[in-house]
Ligand binder design. Structure first.
Ligand SMILES: [Zn+2]
Length: 262
């Protein structure tokens, strides 16, 4: 059964053939979607009359308790160069908006946007959100750390762009009540994490869920996500993976302990 609400899609880097990725480990590439797959996904959205929105546009719809035309929110984390050179042209072809969450410390690093590219993306009309100062896991930080990563990052990003930055995305999806409080006080209007759920009009705008589109996400699975269907399968898979890790960890621990005690 479909959950009622708007699906917020979470993308990271898009892979362009012949171009090295920002990072190389397997954990990272799991989140890298091939550019051709992204184009197919956007084409399907268009063919089915769905619109691609920014977070700000979705919040406006949610505040009026929703319009009927179906749509999804398109978000990108980290500020990769592929935001500007791959995602933006595809989104513009479809007349879609999107929100690009940027980590300040990544700007100018290999594979990530530099300041001029970020300004260009913003000038194209796309929404720029904040993805912290250094990509630290916020739940590990003290008050000073939270102020730097949330309040400081907002101010710096607004300096760069010359316009308000109102939406925040939590690095690694880690968040808690303190994060929410600091973000609210800093003047953000929303915080997204990566809990697998669609967001109904009544959703807490400081705890909005997002669904990751992964390298392995085939088109039928993508279509389900956009319809808010079968999300329990993703929730179950995520939980099973965490559990498997724990079980493997324990059994390896048990085996090595048995060897040592023999
Ligand atoms: Zn990130």
């Amino acid at each position: 059964m479909a959950q009622r609400g708007i699906a917020f899609l979470m993308y990271h880097e898009l892979e362009i053939p012949g171009r090295p990725l920002c990072q190389f480990d397997a954990g990272y590439s799991r989140y890298v979607v091939r550019n051709a797959d992204f184009r197919s996904q956007m084409r399907w959205l268009q063919q089915t009359g769905r619109r691609g929105m920014s977070v700000g546009e979705a919040l406006a719809i949610m505040a009026t308790n929703g319009e009927e035309r179906p749509g999804v929110v398109v978000t990108f984390d980290d500020g990769c160069e592929s935001d500007l050179i791959s995602a933006a042209p595809t989104l513009r072809e479809a007349s879609y908006n999107a929100t690009f969450y940027v980590t300040i410390a990544f700007l100018g690093q290999r594979g990530y946007m530099n300041l001029a590219q970020l300004s260009e993306l913003s000038a194209l009309g796309f929404e720029i959100g904040c993805h912290s100062m250094t990509h630290a896991y916020l739940t590990d930080l003290d008050e000073r750390g939270l102020a730097r990563e949330i309040v400081g990052a907002k101010a710096q990003l607004e300096d760069i762009l010359g316009k308000p930055v109102e939406h925040f995305s939590c690095p690694g999806g880690r968040w808690d009540a303190r994060v929410t409080q600091v973000a609210r006080t800093a003047g953000f209007r929303s915080v997204v994490n990566s809990r697998v759920q669609v967001n109904p009009p009544t959703a807490d705008t400081f705890a909005l869920g997002r669904i990751a589109v992964l390298r392995q996400t085939a088109l039928p699975a993508f279509q389900e996500i956009c319809r808010g269907e079968g999300l329990w399968k993703i929730q179950l898979r995520d939980r099973a993976r965490d559990a498997a890790k724990q079980i493997l960890g324990n059994s390896l621990y048990d085996r090595s302990r048995a060897l040592l005690l023999r």
